[in-house]
Design a protein around this ligand. Structure first.
Ligand code: FES
Length: 126
């Protein structure tokens, strides 16, 4: 089963979904992982309080970039209130493979950037 998840991560890394920029995003936030310098930008277009379109840009390791790609797929249609409740476990379930402590920040970088952009919570998600 792990193999399927691993293949999915590699696929998202090699063929990222929703990668790029929006013309006129309602929310735009960029940050780096201070431990390695890898970076993620998240941009959202809103329809009321609902996410109509989510894109990302960035460079870095396979886990950080694949997690960002997968996260943008999950975000469309979600409300900003729902974003507040996304946690570490949501990302780990999405990735589907065991993530050791060293790679945890790779996995969580895009969610950290998202939450900082949506409601200014600039902390590593728990
Ligand atoms: Fe930098 Fe993974 S090694 S985010």
């Amino acid at each position: 089963m792990d193999d399927l998840y691993r293949e999915n991560i590699i696929d998202h890394y090699r063929h990222p979904r929703n990668k790029g920029h929006l013309e006129d995003p309602d929310i735009h936030y960029h940050d780096v992982n201070p431990f390695c310098g890898d970076e993620i930008t998240i941009e959202l277009k809103l329809d009321g309080d609902r996410i109509a379109k989510a894109v990302f840009d960035g460079k870095g390791c396979a886990i950080s970039q694949a997690a960002a790609s997968m996260l943008t797929e999950e975000l469309e249609g979600m409300t900003l209130e729902e974003v507040k409740h996304l946690d570490k476990q949501f990302i780990l379930d999405m990735l589907g493979i065991p993530i050791g402590p060293v790679r945890l920040k790779c996995a969580l970088l895009s969610l950290k950037v998202l939450k900082a952009g949506v409601y200014g919570l600039d902390e590593w998600p728990e």
